[in-house]
Design a binder for this molecule. Structure first.
Ligand SMILES: [Cu+2]
Length: 133
């Protein structure tokens, strides 16, 4: 009898711990999403740089750039061990496993006003899009 009570306490304690862990994870990912609003496109010396973070997906999911300007994509990783580090950008023939922490600079060329570029993880679960305005 005593044993059963102890077991059920242990089981419910680990369930509660699991729920708390899940909820705290949820809130961090929401916090990350709110930073997607920040400006991630910058033109320096005639080159347009788009910066995207790969970590449990890509942030921001959608970026808007100007057409007809030579453009480079900077993909930042920071302790990225999930599959968003396996990046594929078909339209420019890019396919690479990124370093867990670092920066990858990918030449996108100058996009036409109707063009858009899509990056996906190698399994196609995560993606991001770069559109022209
Ligand atoms: Cu994936």
């Amino acid at each position: 009898m005593q044993k059963n009570i102890i077991i059920s306490i242990l089981v419910s304690a680990s369930l509660i711990a699991g729920v708390i862990f899940y909820l705290s994870n949820e809130s961090t990912s929401t916090a990350n999403d709110s930073t997607t609003e920040t400006q991630n496109v910058e033109i320096r010396d005639g080159v347009q740089y788009v910066t995207i973070t790969a970590h449990g997906g890509y942030t921001p999911r959608t970026s808007t750039i100007q057409p007809n300007i030579p453009t480079k994509l900077i993909v930042k990783t920071n302790g990225t061990y999930d599959c968003s580090s396996a990046l594929v950008i078909r339209s420019v023939g890019f396919e690479k496993i990124l370093q867990p922490t670092g920066e990858e600079i990918i030449d996108l060329g100058a996009l036409k006003s109707t063009e858009s570029i899509e990056g996906v993880c190698s399994m196609g679960m995560y993606s991001f899009q770069i559109k022209t305005n």
